[in-house]
Write a protein that binds this ligand. Structure first.
Ligand SMILES: Cc1cc2nc3c(=O)[nH]c(=O)nc-3n(C[C@H](O)[C@H](O)[C@H](O)COP(=O)(O)OP(=O)(O)OC[C@H]3O[C@@H](n4cnc5c(N)ncnc54)[C@H](O)[C@@H]3O)c2cc1C
Length: 295
């Protein structure tokens, strides 16, 4: 949603935003990652070639979440070949595509089964014709727009991680108070208390960073440092809380009926997506601390 709000044309906003706001139209899919390029977004191979009033899209995306449950897709594609672009991040463009017009014809969606309940897919574009009015902002400037959208996405995920951490901490504290072993609640043992208390401290600190980053973003900024820090700290806090929660539940942490094992699997994702921990650390090292670029 971020790139559409900030860089979409008035016509795009007028035709899509009211329906989205009413809940009748879904913009839930964000197609950036490709099988061969991975984290190196500028190496993506999906192309959009201008032809009269249209663009013709060819290529493939992977891990496009919720595409089966979305009407619209925000797509990043190459409009200028990489070897003709001045910088490798130039020549990429963002498109807002109504998938209902092309699904089952030039667009194929193939679900990927994952270790948790996350509806993610592969997309295949085969001479997919879209109107030229699908272009968001200026042609060739898409990388910049996507980065600002990614900051919003990192904040959204960071907020989700804070919610997850709170859930694990509440669940663990309640169980620690209820479960009696050796004639006393397990939560009376500091060995059980401390990991939960530590996860709580991590969560509270991460939450402050999430709020700070959201404040800067909502003021119109594009806070790369804070959005990355918020995502890193919140994902770590939720993972620490997940660990503490499973450990507190002992064997029951593995029983489906407690939900803990399901949430534990879900929390693991945020060390990898939407950006992996390593890439955030290398961003901080290079862009915040001024160390040499590593890749
Ligand atoms: C369930 C799920 C949902 C997703 N949803 C979406 C979506 O909706 N839209 C979308 O576009 N993408 C989505 N993704 C993709 C996700 O953003 C990527 O998986 C993630 O960015 C990592 O890219 P990759 O899988 O290609 O890993 P790779 O780039 O192959 O990296 C593999 C590992 O190597 C590490 N690594 C790579 N290069 C370096 C380096 N230079 N220095 C240090 N470490 C490095 C990475 O940190 C990672 O741990 C989703 C992924 C999953 C699993």
């Amino acid at each position: 949603m971020g790139p559409v709000l900030r860089h979409g044309t008035e016509a795009q906003k007028a035709s899509f935003l009211p329906g989205i706001a009413r809940g009748e139209l879904r913009l839930q899919a964000f197609g950036v990652t490709e099988p061969s390029s991975g984290t190196d977004t500028s190496a993506l191979r999906t192309t959009a070639r201008r032809q009269g009033d249209c663009y013709i899209v060819n290529g493939q995306k992977i891990w496009t979440s919720r595409a089966e449950h979305s009407d619209l897709l925000l797509l990043l594609a190459r409009t200028t070949p990489r070897d003709q672009a001045v910088k490798k991040t130039d020549g990429l463009s963002v498109f807002l595509i109504d998938m209902r017009d092309v699904l089952g014809k030039s667009l194929t969606i193939r679900p990927i089964r994952t270790m948790m309940n996350h509806a993610t897919t592969e997309l295949f574009f085969d001479d997919m014709e879209i109107p030229a009015s699908s272009l968001v902002g200026e042609e060739g400037k898409g990388f910049r727009y996507i980065l600002s959208g990614m900051n919003a996405e990192r904040l959204l995920i960071a907020a989700e991680c804070i919610g997850d951490a709170k859930w694990f901490i509440e669940k663990a504290s309640a169980y620690a108070g209820d479960r009696t072993v050796f004639q006393r609640p397990i939560g009376q043992n500091q060995g059980v208390q401390f990991p939960i208390a530590k996860a709580y401290a991590q969560m509270r600190a991460a939450e402050l960073m999430v709020h700070e980053a959201i404040r800067l973003y909502e003021a119109g900024g594009n806070p790369g440092e804070e959005a990355n820090l918020a995502k890193l700290l919140a994902a770590d806090a939720s993972w620490a809380a997940a660990e503490a929660c499973v450990q507190t539940h002992g064997g029951f942490g593995f029983a489906e009926e407690y939900d803990v094992e399901r949430k534990f699997r879900e929390a693991r994702l945020y060390q990898v997506a939407p950006i992996s921990t390593n890439m955030i650390l290398s961003y901080i090292a290079e862009h915040v601390l001024g160390m040499p670029r590593s890749y």
